[in-house]
Design a protein around this ligand. Structure first.
Ligand SMILES: CC(C)(COP(=O)(O)OP(=O)(O)OC[C@H]1O[C@@H](n2cnc3c(N)ncnc32)[C@H](O)[C@@H]1OP(=O)(O)O)[C@@H](O)C(=O)NCCC(=O)NCCS
Length: 313
């Protein structure tokens, strides 16, 4: 099989085929496994936002497999080297080529990159209901380290229709001079940092991201929240905070961005106060995800909400 495959990074000429691949791989997987609806409820070309944002952030950091016989894209994945770690995603293999070891080759390529460049870990967030991806990663050496409730809130055009929460007044829009503190906070809470991602969300060149911070009495940052609002994905995160109250205030404020639509987010199951607050805001459970780590993992010392765009943390 290896001899019949070409492995190379994606480039601009692959954008349309890659967007089709993502749309097709995810929608067919979820239909086949009883989801009864599309995962990407948008046109295939709209899914190209993943390539666009990831290529803006770290150009060329993707790996795709092509069938030598017909040139078709069989599978593709991005990887995101940051200060201390590499994160992996979004991964997809075309349904015509599933179960033939393509996913494994892409993961191996990214783990080789991680090892050769002396990164401490590779991190990703994967579905706990998807045995294809769960086994792909655990067989390659990843260990599930945290479990998340994926929840959706449908936000009315008037907003959340719930009282404001303590600390909401401390939340403000993030600015470029917050970036260093955002990095220190994520380092303290999660053992990683990714300043280019924070800067990108603050500068927001494609008009789909937003970033806010939670300030304490000393005007230091106790939390930050990034969110994406796009036809392919409405999602809160990454969010990092010192405690659940700060995270709840950040969520409450960021949800206002999604008036008249829905928003997805993932909350660690052990963050019980947050989980109860989300139910009080009429959140529904839609899936379960796992934080998977290959290599060193110092544990979480605070709140960490992952995201798929920009990828995890
Ligand atoms: C998940 C996905 C990428 C897997 O790709 P794939 O090319 O079919 O995976 P592979 O053929 O490389 O299989 C991976 C490994 O899992 C093994 N495997 C598959 N199902 C398994 C199961 N139920 N139990 C144990 N092992 C299993 C395979 O044997 C293989 O192991 P090996 O390399 O040690 O032999 C693909 O199904 C996909 O694109 N799904 C839709 C999108 C998606 O879910 N993306 C991931 C989001 S988290």
């Amino acid at each position: 099989m290896k001899d019949s495959i070409i492995l190379r990074p994606l480039n601009h000429s692959d954008i349309a085929e890659h967007a089709n691949l993502l749309h097709n791989a995810f929608n067919s997987w979820y239909w086949k496994h009883g989801w009864s609806k599309d995962y990407f409820n948008c046109r295939p070309d709209e899914v190209s936002i993943f390539y666009q944002i990831y290529n803006d952030l770290t150009p060329g950091h993707s790996i795709a497999a092509f069938d030598k016989t017909n040139g078709q894209m069989m599978g593709a994945c991005f990887y995101h080297p940051r200060e201390h770690h590499v994160s992996l995603g979004i991964m997809s293999v075309h349904p015509d080529y599933s179960g033939r070891g393509i996913g494994r080759q892409l993961v191996n390529y990214i783990l080789d990159f991680t090892e050769k460049n002396d990164f401490k870990s590779c991190r990703l967030v994967s579905s706990a209901i998807n045995m294809n991806s769960l086994s792909l990663y655990t067989r390659a050496g990843f260990i599930p380290r945290a479990m998340y409730h994926d929840m959706v809130i449908n936000v009315s055009t008037q907003g959340l229709n719930a009282p404001s929460v303590q600390g909401e007044e401390r939340v403000r829009k993030a600015a470029p001079n917050d970036i260093a503190q955002m990095g220190e906070l994520e380092m303290e809470v999660s053992g990683i940092k990714r300043e280019i991602d924070y800067r990108y969300a603050i500068e927001n060149p494609r008009g789909v991201l937003h970033a806010s911070v939670y300030e304490n009495d000393q005007k230091n940052i106790d939390g930050f929240m990034i969110s994406v609002k796009h036809l392919a994905l409405n999602m809160l995160g990454p969010c990092v905070a010192r405690n659940e109250d700060a995270a709840i205030a950040l969520i409450r404020k960021e949800i206002e961005r999604f008036r008249g639509t829905w928003v997805l987010f993932s909350i660690a199951m052990e963050n019980r106060k947050m989980v109860e607050q989300m139910y009080a805001w009429k959140a529904i459970n839609v899936e379960t995800h796992l934080k998977n780590v290959w290599g060193k993992f110092p544990g979480f010392h605070g709140i960490s909400m992952p995201s798929f765009l920009p990828e995890t943390g």
